[in-house]
Design a protein around this ligand. Sequence first.
Ligand code: NAD
Length: 524
Amino acid sequence: MVITQRSSFKNNNSSRSPLVKQTNESMVDCEKILAVARRAFEDGRTKPLEFREKQLRALQKMYNENEDAMFQALKDDLHKSKTESYVMELMLLKNDLQNVIENFKNWAKPKVYPKSLVTLFDKTFVHKDPYGVVLIISPWNYPLQLCLLPVHGAIAAGNCFVLQPSEVACNTTKLLSQLIPQYLDNDCYHVVTGGIDVTVKLLELKFDYIFFTGSSNAGRVVQAAAVKHLIPTTLELGGKSPAYVGDDVDFEITTRRLLWGKCVNAGQTCVAPDYILCSRKAEREILAKAKSIFREWYGRDVKTSPDFCRIVNDRHYHRLAKLIADSKVAFGGETDEEERFIGPTLIVDVKPDDSIMQEEIFGPILPILNVESHYDAINFINSRDKPLALYVFTNEKRIIDSFLNETSCGGVTVNDTLMHASVEDFPFGGIGQSGIGAYHGKVTFKTFTHRKSVLVRSLNPLLEKINAIRYPPYTEKRLNLLKTALERKGSIISYECIKFIIAFVSGAIFSLLVVLLGKDYWDF
Ligand code: NAD
């Protein structure tokens, strides 16, 4: 049964079609919205932990009460199956939110730090401050998950936010812009819809933090705008994530895991394996297994499968169709412009300077490059931008260690794809061209929290006597005393230092007694 007719696939994204009419009026609205959010933040509304918990629980309610509407929007945008929508979007969100609700009060507690000799009688702690009003800009490929995961941490940390979901996933964006105001506080939390014009306008404003997920090119625009106001940013970007396959693996399992990582969401996943590095022998094994695996997963005709997504818009469809046309197809290669269908495709005889190796593929096309050894693979990876993810398939610990020690990337899964992104509280983010900063679980809370160092000193006059060695006039004697007392000597404590510590501790105990017994002691 063909269920992928245009009639059931409502995302007519022939071009970017913003939901908000981009008149001057909507431009002005961005400023007004920021002003409302800022006033709410400055009133201190988001400071009490009870308020934050209420909002997080309202979000939980929103997830539970609107599952079907969310599944429908994802189907309309990307022809996403219910299972993929649940596992890759809603379940991740629900689990992350549960983790946040259970733990954020602990995360929000001040963190007490160890004391040194200088601060022995003081309080040393880090106070967790929200940044203020944060801007969250997200892409279209996982339009629920990528909008709402950062929202959890932003709320838990006590921020207000302005969220701009991607106009490309127009059905999910429309749903979010309807639901969020129904469940969350209307002054603190805002959804702004619209295209690049609106993003540009938002980026002119002075937010307190910008959390951006999208392409490296747009990331540069965001970073440049943030620099003008010195706004801190997290940039969750993309890139080409390699997968190395050794000759020693179980090829049935390896091929399944590689193809799954590439075919989920039709390859429109930031951490999808972008290309394979392996020997000719391994390539033959992968190609031999792929055919039967695809047949098992999607039947004789992938296009009729309810489980295979579509390409989000015409621009991306034509980009991917051209990549196939320019390559040597070993499997698949099927395309259908009417449905924006690109079938799972394996490409061989790939050269490093082929067009398919220049930019992130972001579609169900998997090129295979041949390398002589894992050293070659490491050199190849290191000759390019640092990837968001790296996949290594081998049973040899020595080879796994080589990849871990000799390459740099956002995150690694060994012997599978995508899965490191699902580990709760793992920092998820890139490095270099693939991003700045990280999030997920507790890390999202940290991302949206300014850690304010606080030292509370005593004004006790006796302690001031000890402090006095730092004041002028600077004498040799005082300098030596300071050196002995404060210079770090490594693990071996010098005799001089021990003498000083004994003298200091005795003095400190004496001072403590004075404080405890009160001033009367001196009144004799
Ligand atoms: P995109 O960069 O085109 O768009 C993302 C957002 O940026 C949109 O809201 C868009 O309006 C805005 N934008 C785009 N160009 C802009 C410009 N010139 N000026 C101002 N704003 C601009 O990204 P996309 O196509 O929506 O998503 C795909 C990209 O996102 C891929 O590169 C993918 O790897 C990356 N991505 C990364 C992650 C991650 O977690 N690291 C997750 C998903 C997607």
